[in-house]
Design a protein around this ligand. Structure first.
Ligand code: HPA
Ligand code: ZN
Length: 352
């Protein structure tokens, strides 16, 4: 089996994907037309030049990302966005997804909180029924807004605790450390939400932020966070507590100067529960298979097929699902390994 076929056939879990980052130009045009709205500026520029979105780091990416969301108005729109992503994920043999969403990016422009959550959940239900894919929602707070706004959003979410499994923190990390939201996350934990948060790549004070996430906020997971490679002490705590990292190679390569494959594989080989994910696939032009392939085909990394399976074992292990479901998916991976690798389990990918 060639490498792309191996990756396609591998049963996978996606733990770091922003639903708003799945808004393809095509879907945005459809929704703009349906809602009688003008195309957002980045999309009309795209239409005129035929080129791709223009950004070079997290801040400039977010400056394109948020204005595009104006086309999302009704529960039907949010449902269609979730169905669109889950259809692609299913076609890539993704078995389970934990989907970030940014309610404040919608409530701040007048869309009611229940419209967002009910729409996304309806889309998930439809995709689950039609495709059998498993999915759940993680609500992210926008860290470049106030802690008060985050707390009010947490309060809005309480009637929806049955459909939101956890909370996260995203958007612009500069000058917005995890500790700014300590009270919000403390309350979220008390309400029974699981906790993750972005520690974006190569940010100022990144190790301080990672340390706060682990020790002060007591996160269950970290999104990105691979700069931890520079702190053996934090790595040791991470491993002790079994905290996983959701890495996103293609995204890294676009918002920084490197896709950080070396760091991801080094952490994997040190026994950290690192995973591979797609982040904002409509913008970064890569879903889960493309992200796995990016890592697997880097000649200097010598990633083995066994390690690719291990990355997915990590994903199911750190996913927020019942132990029954986890065992089911892990058995699926065992079977996949037996069928594909047999005794060749340690073969090196490159040149195979
Ligand atoms: N980092 C921070 N905020 C985000 C991202 C990201 O990768 N994607 C969407 N919002
Ligand atoms: Zn992200």
């Amino acid at each position: 089996m060639d490498l792309p076929s191996f990756i396609s056939a591998l049963p996978k879990a996606e733990l770091h994907v922003h639903l708003e980052g799945c808004l393809t130009p095509g879907l945005a045009r459809t929704l703009a037309a349906r809602n009688n709205l003008p195309l957002p500026p980045s999309l009309s520029a795209l239409d005129q030049t035929g080129s791709s979105y223009s950004f070079h780091d997290l801040t400039t990416f977010l400056q394109v990302y948020y204005p595009n969301l104006s086309v999302l108005q009704t529960a039907h729109d949010f449902a269609d966005l979730a169905i669109s992503y889950l259809t692609t994920a299913h076609a890539q043999n993704v078995k389970h997804c934990e989907l970030f969403f940014d309610p404040q990016a919608h409530t701040a422009r007048g869309v009611p909180f229940p419209t967002v959550v009910r729409g996304y959940q309806a889309g998930i239900n439809t995709a689950q029924r039609a495709l059998g894919i498993s999915a759940s929602l993680i609500m992210c707070f926008l860290r470049d807004h106030s802690a008060e706004f985050a707390m009010a959003t947490l309060m809005d979410s309480l009637p929806f605790k049955d459909v939101i499994i956890g909370v996260g923190l995203d958007s612009d990390e500069r000058d917005n450390p995890p500790s700014k939201f300590a009270a919000v996350f403390q309350r979220a934990a008390k309400e029974g939400f699981l906790i993750t948060m972005h520690c974006d790549i190569d940010q100022p004070d990144t190790l301080t932020h990672i340390g706060q996430a682990i020790n002060e906020i007591q996160v269950d997971r970290i999104d990105h966070g691979t700069n931890i490679i520079d702190s053996p002490e934090l790595i040791s705590t991470l491993k002790q507590r079994g905290i996983g990292l959701t890495a996103c190679p293609i995204s890294n390569g676009i918002v920084t100067d490197d896709f950080k494959g070396k760091e991801i594989i080094e952490l994997l080989r040190q026994g950290v529960r690192v995973t591979v994910n797609s982040d904002d696939p409509a913008y970064f032009r890569g879903y889960l298979n493309e992200n796995m392939l990016k890592l697997a085909s880097a000649a200097d990394l010598n990633v083995t097929r066994k390690e690719l399976i291990h990355l997915q074992r990590n994903a199911f292990t750190i996913s927020w699902i019942s132990s029954w479901k986890r065992n089911h998916f892990l058995q699926m991976l065992d079977e996949f390994e037996r069928l594909t690798l047999g005794s060749e389990a340690t073969q090196v990918l490159n040149g195979v």
